[in-house]
Design a binder for this molecule. Structure first.
Ligand SMILES: Cc1cc2nc3c(=O)[nH]c(=O)nc-3n(C[C@H](O)[C@H](O)[C@H](O)COP(=O)(O)O)c2cc1C
Length: 178
């Protein structure tokens, strides 16, 4: 069986250790200062997006990233069905965009979240934020189930960037680079 301990091999302490309590884990993760992105998708003429910090570069050749998206969010089926998404890394001036796409502005859902900012269509059809710090237009090449989330492995098909300061998220608050 792959991954099973070999007969005669010493027991691995890591295998025996219980998982840490999720509240302690969440406290640690709140202290991970991150850039904020809006992950957006379009399918059948419908757009949706979410504010996200779970964005990570994987390889430069080929240019690949992963993003982690909760399966319950509205954008999830649009990403899965279109096999495309955009990652729009936000600038400091985009705090309200981040709040809208995080569900922190009452009654602003789905398509309404795109109002108040300039969006265009990328090569893949995914929505691209015009004045983002940078935007990656991506084709999804694999969707890996991970408990409540899907890890989307993506190939970057187009990219653009601007001169701006990033919007950060740290300890439950939006923040700026000093
Ligand atoms: C700073 C910040 C980072 C977030 N990062 C993620 C993330 O990486 N993945 C995710 O699935 N949700 C993340 N969320 C939560 C979603 O933005 C939020 O649940 C959003 O409202 C989902 O869209 P929906 O209301 O259309 O379902 C984050 C929220 C905030 C405030």
């Amino acid at each position: 069986m792959p991954g099973a301990p070999q007969v005669g091999a010493p027991a691995s302490p890591a295998r025996e250790a219980p998982t840490v309590h999720s509240s302690k884990f969440l406290t640690c993760m709140r202290m991970l200062a991150s850039g904020c992105a809006v992950i957006a998708a379009r399918h059948d003429g419908q757009r949706a997006g979410l504010t996200a910090t779970a964005v990570c570069s994987v390889t430069a050749d080929p240019p690949q990233i992963i993003v982690c998206v909760n399966r319950k969010v509205r954008a999830h089926p649009l990403i899965a069905n279109s096999s495309a998404l955009s990652v729009n890394m936000l600038a400091q001036s985009h705090e309200m965009v981040a709040k809208r796409f995080a569900g922190l502005v009452d009654g602003v859902l789905g398509e309404d979240r795109f109002e108040g900012a300039n969006w265009e269509e990328g090569v893949t059809g995914a929505p691209i934020l015009r004045d983002a710090l940078f935007s990656l237009d991506c084709r999804v090449i694999e969707a890996i189930p991970a408990s409540t989330h899907s890890i989307f492995l993506c190939e970057v098909v187009d990219a653009k960037f601007a001169e701006a300061s990033p919007l950060l998220y740290f300890n439950g608050r939006f923040a700026a680079v000093l």
